[in-house]
Design a protein around this ligand. Structure first.
Ligand code: ADP
Length: 163
């Protein structure tokens, strides 16, 4: 009997972008099940509530027919979430060299807590390297169309928010 291989893709996703979505799509082809995990971080200022961030992700999952992907949110340690949900992999995306230092610290800290969970890093596609949640917000605030950079519901909400 084949064992289900479950991976968690954690992040702020505030909001989800096409860069995140590309990582989700690629991960969905590598693992039997992918859980996109919206991290609730009380120390970080939020642009959208976790409920709304999940709504954006759920809508993108549905729109892209990613049947082995689900979304959840959690305010504890990601590795603890993985242990509870039998996930043995954590996925992260890497854009430019500056991401590396942060991701290295993130991975090694998590390995200190539980080194049975393996980190898998997927390189951003070159057309997505400049996309971040904060750059999307900056563009939207300045009334630049972001519909090519985010899932549909996100660009619609941003247009409405900053009109
Ligand atoms: P966090 O606050 O945890 O870094 P983010 O939502 O900013 O949350 O990012 C979640 C993960 O997705 C990180 O590993 C980040 O490097 C990756 N990521 C963000 N934007 C992109 C992109 N455009 N292409 C590929 N990976 C990305």
């Amino acid at each position: 009997m084949n064992k289900e291989i479950i991976a968690v893709y954690p992040g702020s996703f505030d909001p989800i972008t096409n860069g995140h979505l590309d990582i989700i799509k690629r991960a969905s082809r590598l693992f039997s099940k992918v859980i996109v995990l919206v991290a609730i971080n009380e120390n970080k200022s939020e642009r959208f509530t976790p409920i709304l961030r999940k709504e954006f992700i759920d809508s993108a999952i549905k729109e892209n027919n990613l049947t082995n992907v689900t979304c959840d949110y959690y305010n504890g340690l990601t590795v603890k979430y993985c242990e509870i949900h039998n996930a043995s992999y954590i996925i992260r995306g890497l854009r430019v060299v500056s991401d590396f230092e942060y991701e290295w610290a993130y991975a090694t800290t998590n390995e200190y807590i539980d080194n049975n969970i393996e980190f898998v890093f997927l390189m951003a596609k070159k057309e997505n390297t400049f996309i971040s949640s904060s750059s999307i917000i900056e563009l939207a605030k300045n009334h630049i169309d972001v519909s090519k950079l985010t899932p549909k519901l996100v660009s619609e909400k941003l247009k409405e928010k900053y009109k």
